[in-house]
Design a protein around this ligand. Structure first.
Ligand SMILES: NC(=O)c1ccc[n+]([C@@H]2O[C@H](COP(=O)([O-])OP(=O)(O)OC[C@H]3O[C@@H](n4cnc5c(N)ncnc54)[C@H](OP(=O)(O)O)[C@@H]3O)[C@@H](O)[C@H]2O)c1
Length: 258
């Protein structure tokens, strides 16, 4: 029987390519994001190319209660989710005290709360069934403080910490949870976060398909953390060696616009 992956943020970038990777292996999908038209187009395409079924559930995860509503909808439709992929997320460039507080709130809702609630909702079923995979898309931002994207970096540190803790809690069950940590990647993220011109992306960025394939493989292998890209591999070690204040100062330099 085909495995079903629920992917948040499947309307573009890494989430869309994760959907393509899963479908190419014959897996069914539940596609989640706000832009219904994009999801429907992708569902049709994946059905035509791979014969898989893709259910479209448009949803704004920044709204309180959205994750609970999404889980309810999945249960009502009797869909068994084998892989939960928490990928939806966004950032925001600027000084903490200048950024609209509503934007910070929405960022925390999507990057932190929705991800937490979806795992809390889907994990008990997976544990009872004795199988299941969770993939949380974090970032290399998870390892260091990030001035000029302070809340975004903090949300990704949360995702990494939660994933690492749950990996230990779940040892001994057949369920695994994986954090994918990409560096700069060519998607709609850069524009959505107002990061155009920031040094980080000017130094080159990965393709979303390459990142998706790395994350998907690590999820199937049950790895706890995977950092994408040869250039990014040293980041976790460097983050442990370099004083936090210095790391934050260097991160700010990397983030500055030319
Ligand atoms: N690109 C990078 O450089 C990079 C690096 C490290 C980590 N990441 C992480 O990778 C993940 C995917 O981002 P991406 O790079 O692929 O960016 P992207 O192309 O902008 O995709 C973001 C996805 O999240 C969805 N999303 C945003 N707000 C949402 C909301 N309120 N409710 C539901 N869905 C929402 C978007 O769909 P709709 O707009 O249709 O809702 C879209 O499908 C994010 O968690 C991001 O933090 C990205």
């Amino acid at each position: 029987m085909a495995t079903t992956a629920l992917i948040t943020g499947a309307s573009s970038g890494i989430g869309l390519d994760l959907a393509r990777v899963h479908a190419s292996r014959g897996g069914d999908l539940v596609l989640v994001a706000r832009r219904r038209d994009r999801l429907e187009e992708l569902a049709t395409q994946l059905h035509e190319q791979h014969g898989v079924s893709a259910v479209v559930l448009p949803c704004d995860l920044s709204l309180p209660g959205a994750a609970e509503d999404l889980h309810r909808e999945v249960v009502e439709r009797s869909i068994d989710v084998d892989y939960l992929i928490n990928n939806a997320g966004f950032g925001g460039y600027g000084l903490f005290h200048d950024i609209d507080p509503d934007r910070h709130e929405a960022m925390i809702q999507v990057n932190v709360l929705a991800l937490t609630k979806l795992m809390r909702a889907f994990l008990p079923g997976m544990i009872a069934l004795g199988s299941g995979r969770v993939l949380n898309v974090a970032s290399t931002a998870a390892f260091i403080p990030g001035p000029l994207q302070a809340v975004y970096f903090a949300t990704k540190a949360y995702v990494l910490s939660l994933t690492e803790a749950l990996a230990v809690e779940l040892a001994g069950t057949a369920v695994t949870v994986t954090a994918l940590c990409p560096g700069a990647t060519v998607t709609e993220f850069e524009a959505a976060a107002d990061l155009e011109g920031a040094g980080l992306f000017a130094r080159g960025a990965a393709t979303s398909m390459d990142v998706a394939e790395t994350g998907y493989r690590a999820m199937l292998d049950g790895r706890t953390v995977v950092v994408h890209g040869i250039r990014n591999k040293p980041i976790p070690l460097l983050a442990r060696l370099v004083p936090r204040r210095l790391a934050a100062t260097l991160a700010m330099k990397a983030m500055q616009k030319s």
